[in-house]
Structure formats: C-alpha cells, structure tokens
Design a protein around this ligand. Structure first.
Ligand code: ADP
Length: 442
C-alpha cells in the first residue's frame, strides 16, 4: 500500500510542479492550480464510480484503471473476493458432507426454528416421522407429531431426558425423541427407533416375572416341609441335622424375600406410569412403619418420628408403604445397636418431603450413584447377614418415579446417612392446618 502511495505521489508531484511552472509562465498560478485540483478530483470521482460499479457486478463491470493507489485497492479487493470464494466453496463442501452423513444416519434429525417450524430434515425423518419435502417445510413439528406427551415435552423446555412416543405413522413403532437446543432459540430434534429395544425389555421383564412366579410355589412347599421337620424335633430328635435344617430355613426365607421383591419390581415396571389419585394418610402410614422398625430393631435403636398430620399425598398407599418401609428398615439394619433413626414428614414450600436420617455405618461417596441399581450392595456379606435382598432401593426408586418424586441420598462413612424423598406440588394434599405430631419410639 505504501509503495502505491509513492506511485500516486510520483504522478501527483510532477503534474503539480509542471502546473506551478506553467502557472508562473502564463502568470495564472492560482487558476492553473485550481484547474489541476478539479481535474484530479474528477479523476478520483470517476475511479470511485467505476470501483463501486465493479464491486456491485464484478463479473460484468470493469475494474478501475490500475493507476497509482487504485492498483493496490483493486488488487486488494480481488484478493479478498478470491478468499471469500474459496471460503464459500469450502463451506458448501462441508455442508454437502454434513447433509450426506446426516442422510446416512439411521436416526431422524430435524432442525426447528424458534417457533418450532421445520427448517431441515434428513432422509430418516421421512420414514420415522413421515415428513414430506414439499408439504412440510415451514410447518410446525407439533402439526406433524400430534402426540400429547411429545407436545408437553416440546413446550415444557426441559430437554434433559429423552421421551418415548409411538411413531406418527405406525403405532407399533416406538420412538425415543431427544431435543437439543442450540444457537438463538433453535432446536435439533432427534428420533430413534427403539421398538426392538422395548421388545427385548419386555421379554426380560416377562422372564423375570415368570421365573419369580414359578419359584413361589416350590419355595412355599420347601419352606413348609422344613418348618414341619424342625417342629417335629421332639418326636424324632434332629441331632446334628438341627443346624442344617435351620440354615436351610434361613436360605429359603431369603429366597422367598428375593422372589417377593422381584415380583413387586416387575409389577411396578409393568403398570401404567400415572399412578392413582388415592389420598394417602402418610403420617398414619409412617406410624405403623415406625412400629415395624421398632420390632426389627428389637429395642436396640432410638427411633424418632416427626410428622405433619395434615399433609397427605395423592398416590398408591401400598407402593408408598413398600418404599418408606424399605428406607426405614435399611436405616435400622445399617445402624449399629445404640444408634438412632429419625423419620420426618414435612411440607417444603408447596412440595412434601419424607426424610430418614440415621447415624449408622454410612456409605462411601463412590457407591451412592449406584445404590438404586438392582442387586447393588456396598457390602454383600453384611447385606445378606441382615436379611437384605439387594432390591430395596431399586423398589424405592421405582415407586418414587411413579409418583413423580426424586430420591436424594447424603451420607458420610462412619457418621450416618440421610435419604430424602421429595414429592411435587401436584401430589400434595392438605386436609387441615399444619398439626405436627411427634413420636419417639424406643
Ligand atoms: P439391601 O437389601 O442389600 O439392603 P438395598 O437396595 O436396600 O439392598 O440397599 C442397597 C445398598 O445400599 C445396601 O446393600 C447398603 O450397602 C446400602 N444402604 C442402604 N441403606 C443404607 C443406610 N441407611 N446406611 C448405610 N448403607 C445403606
């Protein structure tokens, strides 16, 4: 650029000097200089005009005359234009590649604008969601997928978890829908065919339920005979077999508990997700659970119960009883003799909470995220010894999920644990003003 300024000066200076000389010679210095200035200005205006026309129509118009500074300006503009062309070509190639790979995906991908209108979709979306190239561009996705669960998901704005819905074209196909927000109000919708996965899940669930069901009768018979044998001890002393029979009874009891828990879990899994509107008197329920916990403890723990008697829940009583009693019995089983267990049923804003706190053995932090998995136990030996099945917290989690509730676990090894179940406002029902009831069961 500086070099070109020099070139511009090399043109302007000689002309100015010549103008001064001519002006002096004809004794008209001012008018000669004025004439030269106007001529220079007109030249520059002409170049600007040509440059402007060339910028607007680079293919048809001609560039400015390549003189002085204009040589540099023209070259710079040409280089920039070339760079932009290359960038555009690269972006087009990338876009084509992205479209090609998106079309190769077996999952449907749809781009939605801020108003939920469809901007673009891949080939799989045509088959899974029934999108049509001509008909559906700029229509809203809610018109194409008229499913109430999907619409609640789309409008709800909470896209942390995917949703399962039947495919709009075929009720026998199940889709897992996931929405990912990006950019300014845009959303990427992905739909995956999970029919086969669901079939496998049903096969697994049915298998577990059938096996558990089939095992129930033989176990009851074995248990009955073992009971009869141990009770007939007076007539024919069992001698050294006494210990063996007692072990067999213990193990049969354990198997019966596992079978009962497995059957309960498959019932929870196979029933409708929305649970009933039965009004559950949680305070009363907890009183009977605390009595059972006292029996389990055999008087070796201090058990406290603090409830808000007017606070009730819409739900299924026997399911809630299973969940709360599992938590209460765990607290007793994992707290050494002399320890305490405190249960609390209270309102937290418009939500309701059940918390149970013990000062028992506690849980190492790395185990906490996995505790609600089936058969996950921190210490298998201890769990078996205390009569555990490894399914208690899995049942708790299922029951709570069915009631729209979440389980929060806080624990410190050696100091104790606190399990809190929080129920959403729509499950809460208050029958009278707050009336706390405190019970300490020893
Ligand atoms: P289990 O029948 O073995 O108790 P659960 O599913 O009820 O199975 O619990 C899973 C594991 O979580 C238990 O094996 C135990 O290690 C741990 N756990 C549950 N509750 C407590 C508690 N209150 N204190 C310490 N550990 C607990």
């Amino acid at each position: 650029m500086i070099q070109n300024w020099h070139r511009e000066m090399l043109i302007v200076l000689p002309i100015s000097v010549a103008g001064v000389l001519v002006g002096l010679w004809i004794d008209r210095l001012t008018s000669t200089l004025l004439f030269l200035l106007i001529a220079y200005l007109c030249w520059q205006l002409l170049q600007i005009h040509i440059f402007n026309a060339w910028q607007r129509a680079p293919k048809s118009a001609r560039p400015p005359y390549s003189v002085g500074i204009w040589a540099s300006i023209t070259n710079l503009a040409k280089a920039q234009r070339e760079r932009a062309r290359k960038r555009k070509r690269k972006l087009s190639r990338m876009l084509a590649g992205f479209r090609e790979s998106s079309n190769a995906l077996p999952d449907a991908t749809v781009i939605l604008d801020e108003k939920g209108r469809i901007e673009w979709w891949n080939d799989a979306a045509k088959n899974l969601l029934g999108l049509d190239t001509k008909r559906d561009r700029n229509r809203t996705i809610a018109e194409i997928v008229p499913d109430s669960i999907f619409n609640d998901y789309l409008l709800g704005g909470d896209y942390h978890h995917p949703q399962q819905i039947p495919a709009p074209l075929d009720d026998n196909t199940s889709l897992e829908i996931r929405i990912v927000p990006y950019g300014k109000g845009k959303r990427l919708l992905q739909a995956r065919d999970i029919t086969r996965l669901q079939q496998l899940e049903t096969v697994r669930r049915d298998f577990v339920a059938n096996v558990s069901h089939e095992m129930r009768t033989p176990l009851t018979v074995i248990r009955g005979y073992l009971e009869a044998i141990s009770e007939s001890g007076d007539e024919a002393p069992l001698g050294e077999w006494q210990h063996v029979v007692s072990q067999m009874r213990q193990q049969t009891d354990r198997m019966q508990r596992i079978v009962a828990d497995l059957l309960l879990l498959s019932r929870l899994e196979s029933q409708e997700q929305t649970v009933g509107q039965e009004e559950v008197d949680v305070a009363e329920l907890l009183e009977s659970i605390s009595e059972e916990a006292k029996n389990l403890s055999g008087g070796e723990h201090r058990i406290y119960l603090n409830t808000d008697a007017g606070l009730r829940l819409y739900g299924i009583e026997n399911e809630l009883e299973s969940a709360f009693s599992n938590l209460a019995f765990n607290a007793v089983r994992y707290t050494p003799a002399g320890g305490s267990v405190a249960m609390h049923w209270y309102a937290n804003g418009d939500k309701a909470c059940f918390s149970i706190k013990d000062n028992g053995i506690g849980i190492e932090p790395e185990h906490i995220p996995r505790l609600t998995e089936r058969f996950y136990r921190v210490d298998i030996g201890r769990s078996r010894q205390s009569g555990g099945t490894g399914l208690g917290l899995a049942i708790v989690k299922h029951v709570l999920t069915r009631h729209g509730s979440v389980l929060d676990i806080e624990s410190e090894p050696g100091r104790g644990s606190m399990f809190t179940c929080t129920f959403p406002a729509y499950r809460v029902c208050r029958i009278e003003p707050e009336r706390p009831r405190r019970l300490a069961v020893h």
